[in-house]
Design a binder for this molecule. Structure first.
Ligand SMILES: [Cu+2]
Length: 280
């Protein structure tokens, strides 16, 4: 059964069961509703970057689903890209198969879908008007995506989001190099992805600390005043990354030992640790 005829995807028993949101004409409560903004946010697209930095072919070989011949269990080789923190890269995603398609999900970044050749040979309207973190790589298609690899350094996954494919074993990783934050008083080994960094480590649950959360901790976050000007924060980050020194020689800490200075694992080489730190 394939009544909807979306490429080669069969209809399963609940394919057509989706959540439907119904916008009614009667409003029973306006609690929590702010004013509609006069203008919706403009897309924060990455700068123009025509060079293809990486090509990834999604294929099946010997009963496995692989990316450039690598599966996620191949811990020695699964880090396939090393973008620099805060820099723009263009990736080309390739599917030479006429029998399979792959929804490709890239962690950390929001990307701009800029080109599709082969297959449907066009960027869909819904892709052109939004930032995406999944792109549909259809049969015999090549898709180009452009992204700013920010704001965090560290190791992140990218994979096919078809469960059968990602579980066996169409998943790999990329390692975003760190920038040098020592000018801001952070040791060179500080990684903001590391939950064991002392400044961000969980604290003992004393009564005094718990009492400080609503009046002290939350107020400090509020006083950062980051969200009223998110675009300003993004622009400040871009300005910083434009001149920041790459600190790729500094190992990204996985925090594995629990010690402040320990647990450092070099993940920027091919002999990466199996304890790869990943985002959700
Ligand atoms: Cu797939």
């Amino acid at each position: 059964m394939n009544e909807r005829q979306f490429q080669n995807n069969p209809d399963y028993p609940a394919t057509d069961r989706v959540l439907r949101l119904v916008v009614g004409s009667h409003v029973s409560s306006t609690d929590g509703n702010g004013d509609m903004p006069n203008q919706l946010v403009t897309l924060n697209n990455p700068e123009d970057h025509p060079v293809i930095d990486k090509q990834f072919t999604f294929e099946t070989k010997n009963g496995q689903w692989l990316i450039n011949g690598v599966g996620f269990e191949d811990v020695e080789n699964r880090v396939l890209a090393f973008p620099k923190q805060g820099k723009v890269q263009r990736w080309e995603l390739i599917n030479n198969s006429g029998g399979w398609s792959h929804p490709i999900h890239i962690h950390l970044i929001d990307f701009q879908v800029t080109k599709r050749s082969g297959g449907r040979a066009a960027v869909e309207p819904y892709e052109a008007t939004a930032s995406k973190d999944v792109v549909y790589l259809g049969q015999n298609e090549k898709v180009q995506v452009v992204a700013n690899f920010a704001p965090w350094s560290g190791v992140y996954m990218f994979h096919c989001h078809n469960l059968v494919h990602e579980d066996d074993d169409m998943m790999a990783a990329f390692n975003v190099s760190q920038v040098d934050l020592s000018a801001f008083g952070y040791p060179k080994t500080t990684s903001f992805i590391d939950p064991m960094t002392p400044a961000f480590r969980s604290k003992p649950g004393s009564a005094a600390y718990l009492a400080d959360i609503p009046v002290g901790v939350l107020k400090r976050f509020q006083d950062l005043n980051a969200y009223p000007d998110s675009r300003g924060v993004e622009n400040a980050l871009r300005g910083f990354y434009a001149t920041a020194t790459d600190a790729a020689d500094v190992p990204v800490s996985t925090g594995g030992s629990g010690g402040g200075g320990g647990g450092k694992t070099t993940l920027s080489t091919k002999t990466s640790s199996s304890k790869t730190s990943t985002a959700t």
